[in-house]
Design a protein around this ligand. Structure first.
Ligand code: ATP
Length: 317
């Protein structure tokens, strides 16, 4: 690998995984996750997200290429790096007959660096953190899916972490559970933890992430700040007017393309960079176009994704 970037918490170069059956799950991935970001790893089911995360965490070996976690090569540096990384991958492994608290105490006891004298306090603080304080004495098998997921998060949060890796953390959760996880992720980010989370839900990434990477069929299609990614696609404009022919002429002069007239409604694609909507509206009025309604919609991550992959996205889950 080239020299690692100082500010990258996760960095991969040409990271590739071909499973024994021949399936190319991850194909030449160059990923850079900046320190302090909430990084969304976005892609439809089967696009290679879990395989990538398993390589990052040193759980499986890449076929070729490499990955650095906190600046150190994986899986070689796993022993020194992993204690600084919390992870929740493919649902937490829990003892169903133990209470949530006892599950956490077991996790903590498995960590040779954890001081046994402060174990109970650590477990209690982690349970509070994820909102399971009141349910701490309940057996894990009686937990809902969302509670189990939060218990897994609590286990990842027993120690302060520089990086948190969450694989589809809101999978199977109800809207309330999703909101709670999002709030927690934002809080952790505010405290300085870099959060890397995979999701197939665009709106989730848009709500919580500062940066994102888009995967499709094992390949990285785009990465950058969420704002940059959304700006890569163009917004749409809609004008309602009894003078559609004049409106089309004026809008064309201002770089609007893909103009469609449907009776009194004119729609089109804004140029990039987009002009100030108020200026466009003023230009229409100046040209004598009677504007009844005017709307400009900014580009969203969903537009960008559709533009990038040419396919729709499972937005609702
Ligand atoms: N152990 C394995 N052996 C063979 N093929 C696998 C294995 N694990 C995953 N794959 C295949 O590799 C591809 C990528 O799978 P992966 O689980 O990494 O995708 P994903 O984006 O995480 O999807 P999901 O959200 O469904 O987990 C898929 O085609 C999958 O069928």
């Amino acid at each position: 690998m080239d020299e690692p970037s100082a500010d990258a918490v996760v960095e991969t170069r040409g990271l590739t995984k071909r499973y024994r059956g021949g399936q190319l799950a991850v194909d030449g991935l160059d990923l850079t996750v900046p320190r302090g970001s909430v990084f969304g790893f976005l892609g439809p089911n089967g696009s290679g997200k879990t395989t990538t995360i398993r390589m990052l965490m040193g759980l499986i070996e890449p076929t070729s290429g490499g990955a650095r976690l906190l600046g150190r090569p994986m899986p070689r540096a796993a022993r020194s790096v992993l204690p600084r990384v919390g992870a929740l991958i493919e649902g937490p492994a829990l003892y169903p007959y133990l209470s949530g608290r006892d599950n956490l105490l077991r996790y903590d006891a498995a960590d040779p660096t954890a001081d046994p004298r402060t174990r109970a306090a650590r477990a209690a603080a982690a349970l509070d953190r994820v909102g399971l304080g009141a349910a701490a004495g309940k057996k894990a098998r009686a937990y809902s899916l969302g509670m189990k997921q939060r218990l897994g998060l609590a286990a990842a949060l027993l120690q302060p972490r520089e990086l948190l890796v969450l694989d589809e953390p809101t999978n199977g959760l109800d809207p309330q559970g999703m909101r709670e996880i999002r709030t927690l992720v934002r809080e952790l980010a505010r405290e300085g933890t870099t959060v890397f989370l995979s999701s197939h839900l665009l709106d989730e990434i848009e709500q919580v992430c500062t940066h994102a990477a888009v995967m499709a069929q094992g390949r990285l299609i785009a990465q950058g700040t969420v704002a940059e990614l959304a700006a890569g696609s163009r917004g749409r404009l809609s004008v309602t007017t009894p003078d559609p022919a004049d409106a089309v002429r004026v809008l064309k002069e201002h770089g609007v393309t893909d103009l469609v007239v449907l009776e009194e409604r004119v729609t089109g694609e804004l140029p990039s960079p987009a002009p100030e909507p108020a200026d466009l509206n003023a230009a229409l009025v100046r040209a004598g176009v009677r504007v009844r309604a005017f709307g400009a919609e900014g580009a969203s991550l969903e537009d960008a994704f559709v533009a990038l992959t040419g396919e729709g996205f499972d937005v609702a889950g």
